[in-house]
Design a protein. Sequence first.
Length: 320
Amino acid sequence: MNLQQFRFVRETIRRNFNLTEAARSLYTSQPGVSKAIIEFEDELGVRIFERHGKRLKGLTKPGQAVSAVIDRIMREVDNLKKVSDEFAQRDEGSLVIACTHTQARYLLPRVIPAFRARFPKVHVSLAEGNPEHLARLVLHEQADLAIATETLAQTPGLVALPVYAWEHTLVVPPDHPLTELTSSAARNLSLDHLAKYPIVTYDRAFSGRRAIDAAFERAGIEPDIVLEAIDADVIKTYADIGLGIGIIAGMAFDPRRDKGLVGLPAGHLFGRHTTSVAIKRGVFLRDFVYVLMEMLAPELTRDVVSEAVAQPAPPVRDAA
């Protein structure tokens, strides 16, 4: 057995058992991947994949165990490469940050310039997407870390550490009736007030949208959500033209920049949320990754992060 076979098996699983997609991502041929997998199974003496004709349908029970071992082996192989890079080219390399648009737009501009000043030879890339996609990028080691509010802490294989807490803000034009509830009296805002107007807010995968839906559901109110977006700037644009009242993450509202809108705090309606940074459990982290994490949140020191990454995964509970 060899690393090439391990890579083929791992990528086939990642590509939802599609050999053509796995071959394409590995820059090889589909027959070559299929042959390598069959030879590997013959060498092991067990079938790794369930088959329907020539098509792979899933993992056998032995295949699930083999997959877990391969993941551990390949993680350590990747760690060896990172150790080499760390000591051979300590301040050089690439850093991929998986993040939602909100974090890319409002959090990272306060961090990346300082990071670049300290590590000018590190190439930084942002990979944007919804939280579930970001989690997969880190699990598959296509990104070094992910920053989001949802999903990360519930994803097996990831270590999620808190970066900052935030609340929602309601945004409306200055002449909107809700502005009669001034910022000092914003807690007078109720879900009944909001239900009188069309609402523009986030897509269900982003920025605390689940908390918004849950709050209305608990109150027995069905909100009139006329537009969903992944981008707070889009929500503010449509609130500004009067399509509806906007509900956005609080950090996305800046009175100096958003002069055409008034912001009303809505944390008492939709709760407090935590944005986290997630890394893959058990990975070797380059020095500049530790530095970036401490820039994101001063309490995320190298010792704190190292201890968290080294902790064994919590046991998986049976559904029963």
